[in-house]
Design a protein around this ligand. Sequence first.
Ligand SMILES: Nc1ncnc2c1ncn2[C@@H]1O[C@H](COP(=O)(O)OP(=O)(O)OP(=O)(O)O)[C@@H](O)[C@H]1O
Ligand SMILES: CCCC(=O)O
Length: 357
Amino acid sequence: MEKFKVLIINPGSTSTKLAIYENEEVIMEVSIEHDQDKIRSYERIADQYDFRKEVILQALKEKGINLEELDAVSARGGLLKPISGGTYSVNESMLEDLKVGVLGEHASNLGGLIANEIAQQYDIPAYIVDPVVVDELLPIARVSGHPKFDRDSIFHALNQKAMARKAATELSSSYEELDLIVAHLGGGISIGAHHQGKVIDVNNALDGEGPFSPERSGTLPVGALAKLCFSGDYELVDVKKMIVGEGGLMAYCGTTDSRKIEEMIDDGDEEAKKYYEAMAYQVAKEIGAAATVLKGNVDAIVLTGGIAYSELFTGIIKDRVSFIAPIDIYPGENELKALAQGALRVLKGEEEAKKYS
Ligand SMILES: Nc1ncnc2c1ncn2[C@@H]1O[C@H](COP(=O)(O)OP(=O)(O)OP(=O)(O)O)[C@@H](O)[C@H]1O
Ligand SMILES: CCCC(=O)O
């Protein structure tokens, strides 16, 4: 069997994760935690380009990786224009959009850019796989409630699709044949209705939709929010932070770390208990909504992301949604493997790389 060696790059807000895969096997994996003061010293995420690239190259050097042996680079990226799911070749239009942040700033914008530079140097292809802007929404799901606003699909597409494929394998079926609900429970929370391989509805996890999460507000009462915006007490930047970064558990309990919240609950903190349960309640409610999108035909509900490690949290959700379908719990995320698999499907000729335009 032909062997392919792929460098994987996954830039997150506080860390950069790297791996080398030889076909499905991990040869090396490392998570580089960045100095937060250093990260904050850059005005824009795009300004971190040189810093992150150097850190990556240094880490690969320290691990003794010979970049000449690589067959491809696969990266997480980015806030591009809406696209369907799959593996994309990094091309000029994509690089332009990642540089200017066509849909906004996100750490994953750096993925395609850095992958491209390394790939060019070694004359190999660079790919991105299932970026956060994967948009497979049904036309009806795009309607917001006012013609001035459309609903956008921004979510944990890479991990949701990887875990949906895993669930399909365990059901001895294929992703394209099943109807699944996938709840990614991380710093942000997204709940996707997957219908035969397409995410036909999902909450926009980066812009105040869906359940609240450790660091995000989710949907807020819109009239009260409009009033607050015009109170004169807040700038746009403050309100944006309430929605993403400093909303949700952070605003209620002062931490985004669910493990700390559980310690607070163990110590008898009733407020922490109320808000943690409320977050699980909102997740369950959104899963119920996704079940209606799938008209009740749900083969499985998948719970994933960091908080899926918590038996307390998943227990509250299970209690409310187990009547809908069997529940599979795949804690954490498998984004590095998903990036490798996306590139491998193309390198092995099982899929053609899509073109971004
Ligand atoms: N064993 C655990 N038990 C409970 N919660 C946990 C556990 N491990 C991680 N978490 C929680 O998971 C959350 C972070 O999840 P994750 O690492 O998936 O998010 P992220 O990668 O930072 O953000 P995102 O998933 O939105 O990209 C935090 O609230 C963290 O406390
Ligand atoms: C919603 C996209 C991924 C994230 O930043 O949480």
